[in-house]
Design a protein around this ligand. Structure first.
Ligand code: NAP
Length: 539
């Protein structure tokens, strides 16, 4: 490429950052118009990933897809997490799909109801209702080699077939509640932050919060205003940075809504500002050392007899755990009716929590902010691929997928927000858009080739995984801190270890040799819609 062409390509990249890949829709539309039958596609989950996949298929003229959602609504994590103060820590104007931007966000960091409303509006505005089946949980999936299709079984025993399966289950959908001895005997109320009990009134109660991460940092300041005594059981300390949040002024909203180039430029500026923060994620970064030093000096000034420095100052590099943002965290910790306990919990009794140091804390309610089963990707879904390969067994040492999307031995199965695609520094919706574009281009290839199955090769997977292991070992996530980015063996299975723009470039490259296309078998019936055994096509 000439210097000028390369420069222009960088300019295009700069201005379109935050957008997904967009090369295949016209090609697919032409094929569909010419009578090429698209595959029958089952999308699992109606969260951000599932909806993005559906919208981008629809955009390419494909309507042979159904989204199976176990709950009765869309929005995934933004539907599940309704705890007080739930909000996104990515600025609103970057937290929407580039092809369906929301231009009238009410504040810089939107709260959960507004984000959920955005995802619900996508369904209404794009007519996705006929493609959604609610209350359907897929329990298992088995690849049928002869039929070149997946046989899905729901939790109620219904059987469904599809040629392509796209999982939009993501990384943070199954709440983790620690197996604390005595919890079953607790006579008060307990619940997880992702299953907030809105019927339960915390006013005037003695409340324990177990686990202090991204969720707790948001709900603790809210509930502290109403509880009588709040005890925070904090095992690991977080870096909490200021949150530059405020409502947009009416003229700002007007301009961003009515002047599209301004909205796009604003979005791109947020993307690049956040992108620069990846520098912090590199092991041994000078910026990280500087931040650790400054943060330690500033925050330790808040320490007192009531609030020891060890409860305030992390002993690991910034970014090893997610860096949190809030303006009301430290003021909340300084309240006289809030206490941070750093000892581990030994057990729970009928009316109290007992620490390993023998201290008994009487409580009425326990709220678990203990995160999710983040490294057990796709679990408890049982997936059996080619030659009876069980995905849980393949992933026994840690989940891995080529580009986070495909696994050898599991043809026509694609993952969204899969292994090594989480970010500690930028928007996940950006990553999802890249994956959706990539999967759509694989589907285009499959249609063009008349292929019945498409599968990543073992060699491509092995080379990619070696690269991931090497790259993650050079990040702060591999350091000695506890985080949901790594599995029990310490392998970083969740995060993409580079700038997100590099992920985008990577997915835009052709990966022809890395994927094997198997011709469609004679006798396959490409005209069928998604089928349910013995029932009408699910629509
Ligand atoms: P989390 O960050 O994984 O935090 C869970 C906390 O629970 C950790 O501090 C962990 O401590 C603690 N914990 C686990 N088991 C425990 C036990 N047995 N006893 C005591 N403490 C225990 O979970 P989260 O706060 O739900 O957030 C998860 C992720 O969701 C975030 O990182 C983020 O990606 C996403 N999220 C995003 C936003 C947003 O604004 N975009 C908001 C909320 C959540 P150890 O680390 O010591 O194990």
């Amino acid at each position: 490429m000439s210097d000028t062409a390369s420069f222009m390509s960088r300019i295009r990249e700069w201005s379109s950052a935050g957008e997904g890949t967009g090369e295949s829709p016209a090609r697919i539309r032409r094929m569909v118009a010419a009578g090429v039958q698209p595959p029958r596609i089952a999308i699992l989950g109606a969260g951000a990933g599932g909806l993005c996949m559906a919208l981008q298929l629809q955009d390419a003229g494909i309507d042979t897809f159904t989204i199976y959602e176990k709950s009765d609504g869309v929005g995934g994590t933004w539907r599940d997490n309704t705890y007080p103060g739930a909000a996104c820590d990515v600025p609103s104007h970057l937290y929407s799909f580039s092809f369906a931007p929301k231009t009238d966000w009410s504040r810089k960091f939107a709260e959960q109801p507004e984000i959920l409303d955005y995802f619900e509006s996508l369904v209404r505005d794009h007519g996705l209702e006929p493609h959604l089946r609610f209350g359907v949980e897929i329990a298992s999936a088995r690849w049928d080699e002869d039929g070149q299709e997946w046989e899905l079984t729901t939790s109620t025993g219904e059987r469904i077939t599809a040629e392509v399966v796209v999982s939009g289950l993501g990384q943070l959908n199954r709440p983790h509640v620690p197996d604390l001895p005595g919890l079953d005997d607790f006579e008060g109320t307990w619940f997880h932050s992702a299953r907030w009990d809105h019927e339960h009134d915390l006013r005037g109660e003695r409340v324990a919060v177990v686990g202090i991460g991204a969720s707790a940092i948001q709900f603790v300041p809210r509930i502290a205003k109403v509880t009588r005594q709040l005890t925070l059981f904090q095992r690991s300390v977080n870096y909490v940075a200021p949150k530059p949040d405020r409502r947009f002024r009416s003229w700002e909203r007007w301009l961003l809504d009515r002047v599209p180039p301004l909205q796009r430029a604003y979005r791109a500026s947020i993307y690049w500002r956040f992108e620069a923060r990846f520098q912090l994620m590199r092991k041994g970064s000078r910026l990280g050392a500087l931040m650790q030093d400054r943060f330690g000096k500033e925050i330790s000034k808040l320490a007192s007899e009531h609030l020891p420095a060890e409860a305030l100052v992390p002993d690991y590099s910034p970014g090893c755990r997610r860096i949190l943002i809030a303006n009301d965290w430290y003021p909340t910790l300084l309240r006289p009716d809030v206490e941070v306990v750093t000892e581990e919990i030994e057990r729970v009794t009928e009316h109290s929590v007992i620490t390993t140091g023998g201290r008994e804390v009487p409580v009425d309610t326990i709220v678990f902010g203990t995160g999710f089963h983040s490294t057990e990707f796709l679990s408890p879904l049982r997936i059996t691929g080619r030659a009876g390969r069980d995905l849980n067994e393949v992933w026994a040492q840690g989940a891995e997928a080529h580009l986070g999307v495909a696994v050898p031995g599991f043809p026509n199965l694609f993952l969204l927000y899969g292994p090594n695609t989480n970010l500690g520094h930028n928007s996940i919706l950006f990553m999802i858009e890249q994956q959706v574009g990539f999967i759509r281009s694989l589907i285009a290839e499959q249609m063009a080739e008349g292929a019945g199955a498409i599968e990543v090769t073992d060699a491509a997977m092995a080379a990619y995984e070696a690269e991931m292991l090497d790259a993650t070992s050079r990040t702060v996530w591999a350091e000695d801190c506890s985080s949901w980015y790594k599995n029990e063996a310490g392998r970083v299975t969740n995060n993409w270890p580079d700038y997100s723009i590099k992920y985008r470039r990577r997915l835009r490259r052709r990966h022809r040799g890395d994927y094997r296309f198997t011709p469609a078998r004679r006798g396959a019936e490409p005209e069928r819609p998604l089928t349910t055994s013995g029932a009408a096509p699910p629509r």
